[in-house]
Design a protein around this ligand. Sequence first.
Ligand SMILES: Nc1ncnc2c1ncn2[C@@H]1O[C@H](COP(=O)(O)OP(=O)(O)O)[C@@H](O)[C@H]1O
Ligand SMILES: [Mg+2]
Length: 355
Amino acid sequence: MNSKEKIASTQAEGEELLENKVMIEVKNLTKKFNGFTAVDHISFDVKESEIFGLLGPNGAGKTTIIRMLSTLTRPTEGTASIGGYDIVKQDNKVRQLIGLVSEKMIMYDRLTAEENLRFFGKLYNIPKNTLNQRIDELLELVQLGKWKDSKVGTFSTGMRQRMNVIRALLNMPKVLFLDEPTLGLDPQSTVEVREFIKKINRENQTTIILTTHMMTEADRLCDRIGIIDHGKISTLDTSTNLKKLVSGGDTTVLKLEIPNLTKKMVAAIQALDCVKSVSQENAAHLKIHATGNEAFDSIIDAARANKAKINSVENLQPTLEDVFLYITGREVRDKADNKIAMPNRRHFRPKQRIR
Ligand SMILES: Nc1ncnc2c1ncn2[C@@H]1O[C@H](COP(=O)(O)OP(=O)(O)O)[C@@H](O)[C@H]1O
Ligand SMILES: [Mg+2]
């Protein structure tokens, strides 16, 4: 079942999902660094065997949340529990339940794949026979079985990241934290790691919290997504429902191709009451979120009144990126002016990134 089907079936079996046990409960979790609030009274629940995504730009507070939940740092305020255990008062119990894959990779290049895993397995006090069997199974699971005796230093980044993930699975955690699991990976490895994450979730019913700044990643993997910005969760829902926020009701997303695009045209479109946001994709394309039945006509009229040559108009299905834009209102106010000011340098915004 792919993630789309999974979301669909999750919705169809909504009642069943409600009955699922809450595995992670976060209440008013807050972290301050010398007066700066990195995580600001965040609350959410994650159900057993759910894949929950924290999606947000760099600096939003994602890693700090993961570090608190995985007992690496203490909250300034608020509480959280995992499997019923308090992350501060019962941190040892929590540690037995969790596995963590962080942005930083710890692997010994001069040891083989198997030696690395055995080293980390010993830290968990896993009996030798059990550990050996588990290492073999995990290596097979990520198709690294035949590289068991090769030094990790010779591995590609994708292979290393798969090692990094199975290292976190050695103690068979009920809860797995993945902090930007595909950061810095090439497209092929990214696909592999995502497939693997889904497989772990499906086969072991592992509850997963993953953080990402990539819209497509959250969209493909997560049952529910919390959009996080400046240390707060602004919206939390399934990917499908988040998109309905944008496309639901009378909201439309239009893409206009205007080869002679000017700042004045953008300003005129932006000034319309029906327009919620305008983002410039590149020198000739505008993406516009608008509401109301008159939106289409008003936008075209405003563009034409400013001598726009309109090559094409597309009615788009919203993406999670649109949702972020819709919720935070960011993009054109910060960036579009610069984009237009430099007509010779085409600015293509990387599609999956929030910023
Ligand atoms: N140890 C720290 N000391 C001071 N500030 C920190 C520390 N860790 C994180 N921050 C700040 O907290 C904010 C959130 O950081 P982080 O949780 O790493 O965000 P994300 O993982 O979403 O990129 C950032 O502004 C960051 O600079
Ligand atoms: Mg981070």
